[in-house]
Design a protein around this ligand. Structure first.
Ligand code: FES
Length: 510
């Protein structure tokens, strides 16, 4: 590990640090609108932009601040190369639908490019080739099979035995004509355009339920109503769901990013390896210098080793492959994967066909989020969209789905029981500063964090979603749930759903 570089003390994404995003008030009254959008990430903002452009009244709320969820923590590759996926899509959905998936991603890229050109947005947009590389013998044939899938689907690309990046590879599959950008420079401009077209945004406003009379209404935690004709849930996990449908059909994964400067000049291109652990590499410009964004170390949320180890592993990789002259940022992101790896975009149920979801992007949110916004806004505007059926949440392809469904729910049941039994008898007074433990307080499993000034924060570790026990995430100083990925700050506030309520606070005898 590089001995002479300072590890950033707190996780902070470069994107948020390099752009000032406008802030908006909290909703303090009930309102009426055409479309209510929950979630201010790339899906919600792009949909708001597309709909307000056509003259619709749109109100968007976010439980925290806009552009601060997954979208603020992405690697921001705009690509149809979502890992090794096309051979699997052909096997599962057939050639036509696999081809539609590629076309949908490329249409998302085109929409982003057209929007940038239309509004002259300066957001470091750059066309790049995307590479999947491997150094593992057992992945050579998988890359060859994937290359055949590219040929079948007319995807421009080829197999190479080296890549522009100065690292050894045994084989690499390139996909031509992909892109990258600074997501917040782009989306900030979309926010401005949509607000000029009448978009109303409210931050720190949590949606808790939907009421259905003639039209649906979003109910907020403060019991205000947003009455609308359509609702778009662009909040990662849908907050409104037929009981258990979505949590049981997706699993959350975290990934980590380190942003470093190296003595080398970045040669261009975007890269991801085929094998585990994942290593994904792209660059961004910071004050005219290359910032290398190295990400990976994916794991299920709330499960596995101390999260700081994942940052350490990426730092070690960056140091070994390229050398680190400065370690500038580190941050992590979480996203959901569906059973067949294709996002759920469309009506939440067949009956409630004016309430939509967009979720399960599998960490490819720039293209998936943009195509979701297009599909949903087309539906609201009564326009045909040839991709709608592929992404419909009510699709059902039995075999892989059922096997994974059983496995995912067995995993949840295991964590539900295991978590209840695990705790220490640590005396919280012996805790080091900036550390946490799980102990018992008055018979209750309690998580205790001691901050740098030795102040203690104690929470009941039972997750407010369905009752699993949360675990400490030392890298981000959060309590994470292993079952469906809810995350809470060390004071117990919800950072990511599906949980809607904060963890109960526990009084300590000090
Ligand atoms: Fe579902 Fe915690 S029990 S997220």
């Amino acid at each position: 590990m590089a001995a002479n570089v300072n590890v950033p003390q707190f996780p902070e994404p470069y994107w948020r640090e390099s752009v000032s995003v406008p802030s908006f008030p909290k909703l303090d009254k009930s309102v009426k609108t055409d479309v209510g959008i929950v979630g201010g990430g790339i899906t919600g903002i792009t949909a708001a932009y597309l709909l307000t452009k056509q003259g619709l009244n749109v109100t968007l709320i976010d439980a925290g601040n806009i552009l601060n969820g997954v979208t603020g923590h992405t690697t921001a590759k705009i690509t149809a190369q979502h890992g090794i996926i096309y051979d699997e899509l052909i096997q599962h959905f057939g050639t036509d639908k696999a081809s539609l998936y590629y076309q949908a991603c490329m249409e998302a890229k085109q929409l982003i490019e057209d929007t940038i050109n239309k509004h002259d947005i300066s957001c470091d947009y750059k066309n790049e080739d995307a590479y999947i590389f491997t150094n593992a013998d057992n992945y050579l044939s998988k890359l060859e099979t994937e290359k055949k899938a590219y040929e079948q689907l007319d995807i421009p690309g080829e197999l190479k035995d080296s890549i522009p990046l100065n690292i050894p590879v045994k084989s690499a599959l390139v996909m031509r004509d992909q892109a990258q950008f600074h997501p917040l420079k782009y989306l900030k401009q979309l926010v401005n355009e949509a607000v000029n077209n009448g978009l109303e945004i409210y931050e720190q406003t949590t949606a808790t339920d939907v009421e259905y009379n003639k039209h649906p209404a979003i109910i907020t935690r403060d019991e205000h109503r947003i009455s609308c004709k359509y609702i778009i849930q662009a909040s990662h996990y849908p907050f409104y769901d037929i009981p258990g449908f979505y949590p049981a059909r997706m699993y959350p994964e975290r990934a980590y990013i380190v942003a470093v400067k190296t003595p080398e000049t970045f040669p261009g291109g975007m890269y991801i390896n085929a094998e585990s652990p994942t290593r994904s590499i792209r660059s961004a410009k910071m004050d005219g210098e290359d910032l290398w964004l190295i990400s990976g170390e994916n794991h299920k949320t709330g499960q596995g080793e101390s999260t700081m180890n994942h940052y350490d592993a990426l730092q070690e990789y960056a140091e070994k492959q390229f050398g680190i002259s400065e370690y500038v940022y580190r941050w992590s992101a979480q996203d959901l994967t569906t059973m067949d790896k294709v996002p759920y975009i469309g009506p939440v149920t067949k009956e409630e066909d004016n309430i939509f979801v967009a979720t399960g992007y599998r960490k490819w949110g720039m293209t998936n989020g943009t195509i979701a916004a297009k599909i949903l806004s087309d539906r609201i505007l009564n326009k045909d969209n040839s991709y709608a059926e592929l992404y419909s949440p009510s699709r059902f392809h039995a075999d892989p789905a059922i096997r994974k469904f059983t496995r995912m729910n067995t995993d949840v049941a295991k964590h539900m029981i295991k978590g209840k039994l695990e705790y220490t008898n640590d005396n919280v007074k012996d805790l080091s500063a900036d550390d946490a433990t799980v102990t018992r307080v008055n018979g209750k499993r309690t998580g205790v964090y001691k901050d740098k000034d030795n102040a203690l924060y104690a929470v009941d570790t039972t997750c407010k979603h369905l009752g699993c026990e949360v675990n400490w995430n030392a890298g981000d100083r959060t309590w994470d749930c292993p079952c469906h990925g809810s995350r809470y700050s060390y004071t117990g506030e919800v950072i990511e759903g599906p949980a809607k309520e904060p963890l109960n606070k526990v009084e300590l005898d000090q």
